[in-house]
Write a protein that binds this ligand. Structure first.
Ligand code: C2G
Length: 138
């Protein structure tokens, strides 16, 4: 069984996340998502809209995801790769080159990030439409 792992906050789940998870799963047979805890998000300078448990609940409903583990720090990746017998580490191209140190332990794949969507964009556009400031695009 070829095991794949990816890491992230996955807040306000959107099609950019889903396309990443779909492509990640296609690289193997079993996909583990290391989901950033709320505490680790603070270290990343991120405050997610949904808390960890909600983000985990949403991710669990995605058919590509086989297992979810907490991502608690920057240092756990090598340990995770060994602990879970990972064959492929995958993440979006916004992290291009940042995790090449893992090549000593597993394959490292950077997948093209989906343009035009982000959790922040979704949150802002909802807020604008609630404020009545969002001009409907034709
Ligand atoms: N992503 C994507 N396209 C988007 C938005 C996100 O492909 N439009 C990908 C990211 O590249 C990442 C994953 O979806 O691979 C999750 O994105 P985030 O939740 O923003 O994760 P991030 O904060 O980048 O955390 O240790 C690694 C970090 O935890 C990664």
């Amino acid at each position: 069984m070829k095991k794949v792992i990816t890491y992230g906050t996955f807040d306000v789940l959107h099609y950019g996340h889903i396309r990443l998870l779909k492509r990640a799963k296609e690289l193997g047979d079993y996909l583990i998502v290391a989901l950033s805890t709320d505490e680790f998000n603070a270290l990343k300078g991120k405050k997610s809209f949904y808390p960890y448990e909600i983000r985990k609940e949403l991710l669990k409903s995605i058919k590509y995801v086989d297992q979810i583990i907490p991502e608690e720090n920057w240092e756990q990746k090598i340990t995770d790769v060994k602990k879970y017998g990972i064959d492929v580490f995958v993440i979006g191209s916004d992290w291009q080159g940042k995790f090449d140190f893992l090549k000593e332990f597993c394959e490292v794949v950077y997948l093209e990030r989906t343009d035009g969507i982000s959790s922040t964009k979704v949150r802002n556009e909802i807020q604008q439409s609630l404020d009545g400031t969002k001009h409907e695009t034709i």
